[in-house]
Design a protein around this ligand. Sequence first.
Ligand code: C5P
Length: 299
Amino acid sequence: MSVTVRVPAKVNVQLAVGGVRPDGFHDLANVFLAVSLHDEVTATPSPEGLRVTCEGPDADQVPLDRTNLAARAALALAERYGRRPDVHLHIAKDIPVAGGMAGGSADCAGALVACDALWGTGASRDELLAICAELGSDVPFSLVGGAALGTGRGEKLTALEVGGDFHWVFAMAAKGLSTPAVFREFDRLGEGLEIPEPAADQAVLDALAKGDPAALAVAVSNDLQPAALSLFPQLSDTLAAGRAAGALAALVSGSGPTTAFLATDARSASDIAGVLRASGTCRDVRTASGPAPGATVRD
Ligand code: C5P
């Protein structure tokens, strides 16, 4: 018997970052949109104890020990329900690793939902969300999907209405960026400056509610983008190539280095993807649309 859970990647259509807090995290106003790039996590009973395996183009970059967020989800759930974490977690990985698309968070939420179903814990959704929030700031969103505003360190979610599908192109970079390093660079760049309280931008929320890509394109923003570009200046070339190819908006996804390009429709996304692929400014290019559902048990 095994359980497979499909979990989406995300793009941040707004990422407003406040000053560093006493706990080292930053207060955020984080508008998440789940998109149709997925990892799948399969949980199977494993009498010899917790084991993690991974397949996919980036599989060699995924740690298979207890630092893996999927393993940590299984351990957290097992501890809460007083059982042994005797499970084999297999991750079929399609979301870029260290890409700013919440790939690790997706595996974490996927493993939690898969183990929960396999073990029949009967945990409520709120309990699962609380465990997610302990495991990482983006993990609760990977569980719920759709579109949501994340406040606090990003883990307190309010679901958002979305009036239509948004079409995206994602350009994967040659190397990853560490999220803590990008936040540290944000702090360094902001030294001595007054950092305002992060707040959701009404123009972003309205554009999502209307399903209007042109309106969303002028409203998107990412306060981590200058820090990501400072650590990885070549990303400017990728952004410029996507803009020149007709993207309505070009931005770094989350802490990067994946870059995200908003397109008018699916056909335009496919055209932009073709140009980006030929541009030589990125490692790989994918198209996807959002909103996509959160972690879902597959039949
Ligand atoms: O919550 P998560 O483990 O995903 O965060 C990874 C790192 O990103 C944190 O250790 C911290 O350095 C940074 N971070 C932050 N403020 C947030 C979320 C993450 O500084 N709101």
